[in-house]
Design a protein around this ligand. Structure first.
Ligand code: SF4
Ligand code: SF4
Length: 81
């Protein structure tokens, strides 16, 4: 069961791919067809079941576009970055 979840604010995102590169679980992939309003290709949370809630993606994102949620065993959010 996933231990975490993320949201990506597409209007803040510039498609730099740092989150894709640094996720240790390979949860985030660049879409080949999803663009934001500025015409930039967007990352997608492609493997949510693998997410550990480690917060690396949120920490690495230069535009604060990612919010990370961590869950306890009942999937209750226990922290937010
Ligand atoms: S919180 Fe960690 S495991 Fe989850 S998507 Fe972000 S970098 Fe990957
Ligand atoms: S690191 Fe942030 S700005 Fe870069 S692609 Fe990921 S969400 Fe977008």
């Amino acid at each position: 069961m996933a231990k975490g979840e993320i949201t990506i604010n597409e209007e803040y995102c510039k498609g730099c791919e740092l989150c894709v590169e640094f996720c240790p679980k390979g949860c985030i992939e660049m879409s080949t067809e999803k663009y934001n309003s500025r015409g930039l290709l967007m990352p997608v949370f492609a493997k949510p079941e693998e997410c550990t809630g480690c917060t690396t993606c949120g920490f690495m994102c230069p535009d604060a576009a990612i919010v990370v949620y961590r869950f306890d065993k009942d999937k209750t959010p226990v922290s937010e970055d």
